[in-house]
Design a protein around this ligand. Structure first.
Ligand code: ASP
Length: 328
């Protein structure tokens, strides 16, 4: 692991080498500047591009990673055309939109909300749980009450036209068994991890969860260590996909621990997917993607199935990348 101290030592070494051998020193400077690639923000799926723009405004102005990951995913929560994040999300099988979110900072402080209804920005409620209470997770009507007591507004209980249409179609097809289904498509939770100019890491995750789930179902996204995890000494990771499979392996925590053992972010994500495969016999029928960054500002991703992409913003721009995947 290249800590800040090691990085400073490396810079000093480069400085002294420069005096002796100019061409060699240039190579070393190039290498070390690749290593110190910060700030950086990555987030899941195509909607990550707009979310990264929101986060980058903060990171590029020397703001904190914590503010960046909150404001970044709020862009996605605000987008009512998004069918898997925020109040525009697809409902549970009874027609209710229920939201899950989490946030974690460089000090290891964390907060989450789950099964929250009619509040526009669950990630900000999660941050308030982290900052204003001694708790980590508040759920359901308690989370809504907490949000209202802290200045959030109660939004109307209403599906968007698009979500309502999709729900009615689902009802028609599923009237007989009314069974929640796990699948490869429609996984668009936004998970985001970022490093700021001081080298501090933070993460966030927000979702309306699995479409047509049983009322009360909570996925991986609000669970610290499953949907998202940050250890400022090592790195940060987040997940998207069928939450049950991620919960079974404490997915994001596992990715961070694998980086602690020396794996690159991509290899850590890949190993976590392999563990998920070993522990979930239904792995061929579901999608999961992990994203990670380490303390050097390196990033990586790996998914179960083809089709997972992620957005990365740093000082070279904000672009979408296809992830490698397990099921060939
Ligand atoms: N991970 C989310 C959940 O299981 C859903 C998703 O990413 O599609 O609730």
């Amino acid at each position: 692991m290249t800590t800040r101290r090691n990085f400073l030592k490396l810079s000093a070494l480069v400085g002294s080498l420069f005096a002796f051998n100019k061409s060699k020193a240039v190579t070393l400077v190039e290498q070390s500047s690749k290593v110190a690639r910060k700030p950086i923000v990555i987030s899941t799926w195509k909607h990550g591009l707009a979310a990264n723009d929101g986060a980058w405004k903060i990171l590029s102005a020397n703001g904190a990673a914590l503010d960046a990951v909150e404001k970044g995913v709020m862009v996605t929560e605000d987008d009512l055309t998004n069918l898997s994040v925020g109040l525009g999300g697809l409902p549970d099988r009874d027609g209710n939109v229920t939201l899950d979110a989490s946030i974690m900072d460089e000090k290891g402080r964390c907060g989450g909300v789950a099964f929250l209804e009619r509040i526009k920005h669950p990630v900000s409620v999660a941050r308030m749980v982290m900052e204003k209470t001694p708790h980590v997770l508040i759920v359901g009507s308690g989370a809504q009450k907490f949000a209202l007591e802290n200045g959030f507004k109660l939004e109307p209980k209403k599906l968007t036209a698009e979500a309502e249409k999709a729900y009615k179609e689902w009802l028609k097809k599923n009237e007989a068994d009314f069974k929640p289904s796990m699948n490869i498509e429609n996984h668009d939770t936004i998970g985001m991890v970022a490093m700021d100019m001081s080298g501090n890491l933070s993460g966030s995750c927000t979702t309306s969860g699995l479409a047509y789930k049983i009322n009360g179902r909570v996925g991986d996204s609000p669970i610290i260590g499953a949907g998202m995890y940050v250890d400022n000494e090592v790195g940060a990771a987040c997940a998207t996909g069928v939450g049950e499979t991620v919960l079974r392996i404490c997915g994001s925590y596992l990715v961070v621990e694998l980086m602690r053992q020396g794996l690159s972010p991509k290899d850590a994500c890949k190993k976590a997917i392999e563990r998920l495969v070993a522990k979930n016999p239904n792995y061929k029928e579901v999608q999961v993607g992990f994203l990670a960054i380490n303390k050097k500002g390196e990033h990586g991703a790996f998914a179960l199935q083809k089709g997972f992409n992620y957005a990365l913003a740093d000082d070279t721009g904000n672009k979408l990348y296809d992830s490698e995947y397990f099921c060939k």
